[in-house]
Design a protein around this ligand. Structure first.
Ligand SMILES: NC(=O)c1ccc[n+]([C@@H]2O[C@H](COP(=O)([O-])OP(=O)(O)OC[C@H]3O[C@@H](n4cnc5c(N)ncnc54)[C@H](OP(=O)(O)O)[C@@H]3O)[C@@H](O)[C@H]2O)c1
Length: 253
């Protein structure tokens, strides 16, 4: 269990899942720095955590798609925390799949928020943790990144690209004492999926947050949350393309 003195940076802290993660770390006595886009939502989360007696070392708001500011944002977090034991990148944008097939602007926005923005944050974070010779660096990706499907392939391309990027950083940083984690989520009941029809595969955000915190204490590099997505995605990945095209439950909208 992470405890008092563990220094945690949460990026995209106002996401439903990341807020739960922040509450868990706060309850464990960790020192926190929060980055998020919406200043009002961030102020409300900060207020709530302060009431819980959290050790908040700082927070900042801004659009993380403004890539040129991200190195400075990470530098400010490092200055406030001193060192970073755990960094979690949690922001994301599902976008409108059909719109992204007609509008380059929508496609680029999905790629910016889910791929370029995390990379712009991971560059300074990876260098900081490498210099420290320790720490856990994590980003949330998605089972959508495992195989292209008409339902969400623009988002899936971005999360799949981030998965490849994390793999490379992991091999670079592991010999330097740094653990790089990829948290591959199945569907979770959050504002991101508010308009989706819910079924038994939807996970609870609190349970997901608890698993994320557990994963970041261990040396698991890539983890499906909930765990059963490991099995589902194994099958989905192994289905040969000609068969995949015939199975409309997989290749249909
Ligand atoms: N929910 C799911 O089913 C699911 C499945 C797989 C993976 N994921 C991933 O899980 C992570 C957390 O998502 P969630 O379900 O908790 O969704 P959420 O509650 O809708 O949160 C998404 C967060 O991303 C932030 N964000 C979006 N664009 C941003 C930008 N340009 N700059 C800064 N922040 C930005 C939003 O900020 P604002 O508060 O300003 O809008 C919001 O806090 C995301 O990476 C998502 O892709 C979710």
């Amino acid at each position: 269990m992470a405890g008092s003195g563990t220094r945690v940076l949460i990026v995209g802290a106002t996401s439903a899942i990341a807020s739960e993660v922040a509450r868990l770390y706060a309850a464990q006595g960790c020192s926190l720095y929060l980055l998020a886009r919406d200043p009002d939502r961030l102020a409300s989360l900060v207020g709530e955590l302060e009431q819980l007696g959290a050790d908040l070392r700082g927070h900042a708001s801004g659009d993380l798609d403004e890539l040129q500011h991200n190195a400075g944002r990470i530098a400010a977090a490092i200055e406030a925390l001193g060192t970073i034991d755990v960094a979690l990148i949690a922001h994301g944008y599902l976008g409108d799949q059909r719109r992204s097939e007609a509008s380059l602007d929508e496609a680029l926005k999905i790629l910016a928020t889910n791929l370029a923005s995390p990379i712009s944050l991971l560059i300074p974070l990876a260098n900081q943790l490498e210099a420290q010779g320790a720490g856990h660096l994590a980003a949330i990706t998605s089972v959508a990144g495992e195989r292209g499907r008409p339902r969400n392939f623009t988002y899936g391309a971005a999360k799949g690209g981030l998965t490849r990027y994390l793999e490379g950083q992991r091999s670079r940083l592991r010999p330097r004492g740094v653990f790089v984690h990829n948290i591959k989520l199945g569907p979770v009941d959050t504002p991101m999926t508010a308009s989706h029809r819910k079924n038994a595969l939807f996970a609870d955000r609190r349970a997901v947050a608890r698993t994320i915190v557990r994963v970041l204490e261990r040396r698991r590099h890539a983890i499906y949350v909930p765990w059963f997505w490991w099995l589902i995605m194994l099958v989905v990945r192994l289905v040969p393309e000609p068969l995949f095209q015939r199975l409309r439950s997989l290749s249909g909208r």
